[in-house]
Design a protein around this ligand. Structure first.
Ligand code: UDP
Length: 411
């Protein structure tokens, strides 16, 4: 069983001690997380580890997943795109499917949610559940993982009507917070340093992974790991690689991704990527199964530079994962990437394929700088973006909410 004590080797004992202290007033409390997929994407990645660790810390923590059909996911992907700024028109029939799916799920989840002390609803997919629980016992929190800095207003207005009755909302950074009639909290996500995705690997495993994908250890390698989603700009990554390759002989690119079960657009974007790559033998497009955590870990470790050229990004766990492995990241100058890529220190922020190409070439020609950035990157993640900090901030918020309007909170 996963134990919080195992983390002391990385964070130090005092962090674990503090966490146990904050957990004391929450012992036995029933907490339920709800999202819309158990596989793929950052939310599932976090919950897989956060839920057992909260249990280990003495809370009674559960994770429920919404069941939906194709229309539901088409609608919620539309919300995702609209919150990130695209002018999406969603027909009445899709909105109906969205509300109907939530009504049906509310009945299935009633036993789990009705008596919970804290319910954390992740992202827009399950947001309307709340209105089916007028007699709810606990506090309900809406947790937004999406880059909501400039949402498309008509869609936001519709979604907002499901959010106003929540007791609180959580956002990854202040740029995303929206006017809502409840307290809003800023809690950035995190990675688990002990997961298969992030643990240290033996050289042998890295070498075997490299051989499996026929990557040449003698030539430079840049990598982007992402769902095939337009906001992740995989086509822009191929363009950046092309430009950089003119000056960096033998450059190789890995674009690795898989689908999330709640993302119906992946195939179309993947086809655009194949077309952009035009059968270049040095562009490796890898379709990985959902449990390929160690493979991704190895790919990040064998890369000279990791790219995350998103044009919108809620947070970007892939950035955190790469920084943790001491890799400088060239990231899109947007959303949560700005929180992690400290320009010229942990990597470079860019806005165009040309910018990404220029920085790639620069770093590959300055290996000492790359090393220096890499060690700053790891330290930066250790200080700010590990799961232990994330859980502590959730606990603080739970104590605050369950103490009602107390003007003092005893921890
Ligand atoms: N991921 C994965 N397999 C893939 C693509 C991504 O396991 O094929 C993981 C990735 O390592 C990261 C998460 O999925 O942990 C993606 O989270 P992120 O915040 O970067 O983006 P999101 O998909 O949530 O927009």
């Amino acid at each position: 069983m996963l134990s919080i004590d195992s983390y002391a080797a990385i964070t130090g004992n005092d962090v674990i001690e503090k966490l146990r202290q904050i957990a004391k007033p929450l012992q036995g409390m029933k907490v339920v997380h709800v999202n819309s997929t158990r596989i793929g994407g950052g939310v599932a990645e976090i919950l897989h580890k956060m839920v057992p660790l909260m249990n280990d810390l003495g809370l009674d923590t559960h994770w429920e997943v919404l069941q939906g059909n194709a229309e539901f996911y088409q609608c919620t992907k539309g919300f995702h795109n609209a919150i990130q700024g695209n002018p999406v028109h969603l027909p009445e029939s899709l909105l109906k499917a969205y509300e109907q799916t939530n009504a049906e799920n509310a009945e299935m989840l009633r036993p789990a949610l009705e008596d919970a002390d804290i319910v954390i609803i992740h992202d827009p997919q399950p947001a309307p559940l709340l209105k089916h629980f007028p007699d709810r016992k606990g506090k309900w929190i809406w947790r937004c993982h999406i880059d909501a800095s400039r949402p498309y207003r008509p869609v936001w207005k519709y979604l907002r009507s499901f959010l106003t009755d929540y007791d609180a909302s959580i956002w990854s950074l202040s740029d995303f917070a929206q006017p809502l009639p409840h307290p809003q909290y800023l809690i950035p996500p995190s990675i688990d340093p002990l997961s298969d995705k992030n643990v240290d690997l033996e050289m042998k495993e890295i070498r075997e992974t490299r051989e499996r994908f026929e990557l040449d250890p003698e030539r430079p390698l840049i990598t982007q790991i992402s769902r095939f989603d337009r906001f992740k700009d995989p086509v822009g990554v191929v363009q950046a690689y092309r430009l950089a390759k003119r000056f960096t002989h033998g450059l190789q690119l890995v674009l690795a991704g898989g689908g999330a079960t709640d993302d119906p657009e992946g195939d179309a974007v993947l086809n655009e990527v194949y077309e952009a790559a035009a059968s270049d033998p040095d562009v490796h497009i890898l379709l990985l199964p959902a449990d390929a955590h160690r493979t991704i870990n190895a790919l990040q470790r064998m890369s000279d530079i990791v790219l995350q050229k998103s044009t919108k990004e809620g947070f970007g766990l892939t950035v955190t994962e790469a920084l943790w492995k001491g890799r400088p990241v060239i990231g899109g100058n947007t959303g949560g990437i700005r929180l992690q890529v400290i320009n010229h220190h942990t990597g470079f922020l860019v806005s165009t394929p040309e910018g990404a190409a220029l920085r790639t070439r620069y770093l590959l020609n300055h290996r000492d700088l790359m090393e220096d950035m890499g060690s700053k990157a790891r330290q930066y993640v250790r200080d700010n973006f590990l799961l232990t900090r994330h859980i502590a901030e959730y606990f603080n918020l739970m104590v605050l909410l369950s103490d009602g309007h107390a003007d003092r909170v005893e921890l």
